[in-house]
Each structure stands twice: as structure tokens, then as C-alpha cells.
Write a protein that binds this ligand. Structure first.
Ligand code: PRP
Length: 228
């Protein structure tokens, strides 16, 4: 059995065409079903639905053989800031180039971020991405107090909880709807295929077939899984 970990929403939707390239069709719609294990048209392939932040954990500990997750999530899980996975027990054979967005700093429109940085002010930053935020502000030489949140980051500057947020931005509509402005782009994000190291050895043929099909679908020159 091959188990693929996905999170609901954009990652799930944008992975479907890649699965189709591997001849795999998911037989249930996660928006309609409460099931967490979804069968596919291939009896030996199943999809498990987990929280986005749990995908690397499932794959690392073998609860899933492979998974799709954002570079942001991988970095917060312990990957290096360039997204490489050396030392984490995971293989990252492919940048799937889906679920693209960016991690940015945003503030209230009436907050003078540039001046605060110039003056060496201590910033209070609310984020779900403390590793990315800490590294970014440390490199800039800006002192920050980090406030860890799990969602609705946009609310933090509006309620006085924080001066700035570090969050994902895609269209920018969420920031605009909450009168926030993007003041720094920290990094571009896309979803990555991650694979359990032991599974790659034990189930090499079926996993290679899926990885090769994904690589073909995203147009990546790929020969063998790199121990990233
Ligand atoms: C992300 C992010 C923003 C929004 C940005 O949330 O946290 O709220 O998308 O997208 P936009 O620029 O296109 O408006 P997501 O929907 O992934 O859910 P989350 O709150 O669980 O992070």
C-alpha cells in the first residue's frame, strides 16, 4: 500500500492533476466526505487528509510514504531556510510548482514600517511562521518580539496585538480587505513533494512511478530522488 498525505484545500485541488498524470483518481471529495482516508482507483494507493502542518510529520514517521506540503511548512518543520531537507529524515525530490504564494511582512496602512526599522524600534511581530520571521528580521538586524498565532494573523495589527505580521500572501485580497499593506516580500513559496526515506528503499518501484509521473507533469528534469 502507498499512502499519500495531503491537506484539504489548495494543495489537494492542485495535486489532483499530478495524480491524474500518474493514473491515480481520488474516489471521494474531501469537501463532501468526512472520511480521512480516501480510496483511489488504484487499490494499492490511498490518500490521507491531514493538517498542512502535520504533512511533514506523517511522512517523517512513516504514517504516510509521501506527501505534498508548502516550503513554508517544511522550513517551520525544521528544513533549512532554502527549503532543503538535510538532516530532517525526509527526501524532497521535487518542487511541484503548485500552490504558489509568498511569505511577506504586512502592517497597518497607517504604520510607518520603514521609519520604525530606520529608528531601530523593537517590533512586535505576530505569525504562524516564527522560524522564517526570526531568520528574516535577524538578517536585517531588526529586534523583534514574536507572538505565535495559528490563524487570522491579519487581526493582530488591527487589534494592537502586534505592529506587523508575517503571513502568506497570494492574491493580496485578504490584506486589502483588512486595510493592511505588504511592506516586505520574504520568500516565494511553492508546494514540494516529500518522501519517507525508508519507504523509498522498501517500496522503490511504486514510489518511483509516482515521482516520475509528477516530475513529468510539472516539467522538471529529474533522474533520481536527491537526498536534499
Ligand atoms: C492564507 C493566508 C492569508 C490568505 C492570503 O490563509 O494566511 O490569510 O491565505 O491569500 P490572499 O492573498 O489570496 O488573500 P489560508 O487560506 O491558507 O488559511 P489559514 O488562515 O489557515 O492560513
Amino acid at each position: 500500500m502507498i499512502t499519500l498525505a495531503l491537506s484539504k484545500g489548495r494543495i489537494f485541488e492542485e495535486t489532483l492533476p499530478l495524480l491524474a498524470a500518474a493514473g491515480i483518481t481520488v474516489l471521494e471529495d474531501p469537501e463532501k466526505s468526512r472520511k480521512l482516508i480516501l480510496p483511489t482507483n488504484q487499490p494499492d494507493v490511498r490518500v490521507v487528509l491531514v493538517r498542512a502542518t502535520d504533512v511533514p510529520t506523517y511522512v517523517e514517521y512513516g504514517g504516510a510514504d509521501l506527501g505534498v506540503t508548502g516550503k513554508d511548512t517544511l522550513i517551520e518543520h525544521g528544513a533549512n531556510q532554502d527549503g532543503s531537507l538535510r538532516g530532517t529524515g525526509l527526501y524532497q525530490p521535487l518542487d511541484l510548482r503548485i500552490a504558489r504564494c509568498r511569505v511577506s511582512v504586512a502592517v497597518r496602512a497607517d504604520f510607518d514600517y520603514a521609519q520604525a526599522v530606520r529608528q531601530g524600534a523593537r517590533l512586535r511581530v505576530a505569525t504562524k511562521y516564527p522560524a522564517i520571521a526570526r531568520e528574516f528580521f535577524a538578517a536585517k538586524g531588526v529586534h523583534v518580539d514574536m507572538v505565535k498565532l495559528y490563524g487570522s494573523m491579519e487581526l493582530a495589527p488591527l487589534t494592537g496585538l502586534a505592529d506587523a505580521i508575517v503571513d502568506l500572501v497570494s492574491t493580496g485580497n485578504t490584506l486589502k480587505a483588512n486595510q493592511l499593506v505588504e511592506v516586505e516580500r520574504i520568500m516565494d513559496i511553492s508546494a514540494r513533494l516529500v518522501v519517507n526515506q525508508a519507504a523509498l528503499k522498501l517500496k522503490q518501484a511504486p514510489l518511483r512511478r509516482i515521482i516520475d509521473a509528477f516530475a513529468g507533469a510539472v516539467g522538471t528534469d529529474y533522474t533520481s530522488p536527491e537526498a536534499a
